[in-house]
Design a protein around this ligand. Structure first.
Ligand code: SF4
Ligand code: FES
Length: 247
């Protein structure tokens, strides 16, 4: 395959950035999108140019770090992570525009790499869950209904990639936040701090500069883990309950 790439280049966080054009040939349809960028970077390095900085780690759809806007879509044309996207999803000769996540709360560090530590601070604001110390409890001492366990497992698959924020016209992180709130709220271990957790995490979300949810649904449509939109209803419900309790 031969591709015409348009890539955001920005040498540092506060430097001016610009879109640059790159012609790349010798790309196999079986390569992942990140492998295609590896090929580009090998060529740039051979030519003595600065390779394109992009974030990645596991390349298995687990870590959530491979955050790229591809032709205006978070993670590109398939509902998956960028590392699991393959070049067979593109046409020979196609132009591909590659940008970093679009969100004021995720500032660019270099080229395509953004700082997603705002998500870490939201998680930290949620605090801890209470556990009794001492001997390990019996396995059946805290029964969890199968339906609740399945719900918690389902929403715990959120990998914190930030695609929901990048896809949202409001730049809201409500799907991510809703997944975290719903996960612990579905389990007995999450009950003692439930009210404080939602109030503090929502306050941190807003302080980081993420926008509000207006039920557009672009987040769930671009989420590689298919986190459902109803986690945001659960988030709002938990917040109202906490406020009724005087928080
Ligand atoms: S909710 Fe989905 S899109 Fe948002 S951070 Fe979690 S996995 Fe990524
Ligand atoms: S590199 Fe880990 S999810 Fe893509």
């Amino acid at each position: 395959m031969r591709l015409k790439l348009k890539i955001w280049r920005q040498p540092a966080a506060h430097a001016k950035g610009e879109m640059r054009d790159y012609d790349l040939d010798g790309v196999s349809p079986d390569m992942s999108f990140l492998e295609m960028l590896d090929v580009l970077n090998e060529r740039l390095t051979e030519q003595g140019e600065d390779p394109v900085a992009f974030d990645h780690d596991c390349r298995e759809g687990i870590c959530g770090s491979c955050d790229l806007m591809i032709n205006g879509e978070a993670h590109g044309p398939e509902v998956t992570t960028t590392c699991q996207l393959h070049m067979r999803s593109f046409r020979d000769g196609q132009e591909i525009v590659i940008e970093p996540w679009r969100s004021d709360a995720f500032p660019v560090i270099k080229d395509l790499v953004v700082d997603r530590s705002a998500f870490d601070r939201i998680i930290a604001a949620g605090g801890y869950v209470s556990v009794n110390t001492g001997a390990a409890p019996d396995a059946h001492a805290t029964p969890v209904p199968q339906e609740d366990a399945a719900r918690a497992f389902n929403v715990a698959t959120c990998i914190g990639c930030g695609a929901c924020v990048a896809a949202c016209p409001n730049g809201s992180a409500s799907l991510f936040l809703g997944a975290k709130i719903t996960h612990l709220g579905a389990l007995p271990q999450g009950q003692p701090e439930r009210d404080e957790r939602v109030v503090n995490m929502v306050a941190q979300h807003d302080a980081e500069g993420f926008g509000g949810c207006t039920n557009i649904g672009a987040c769930t449509n671009s989420c590689p883990k298919e986190i459902p939109l109803d986690v945001i209803s659960q988030l709002n419900k938990d917040l109202r309950t906490a406020m009724r309790h005087g928080h």
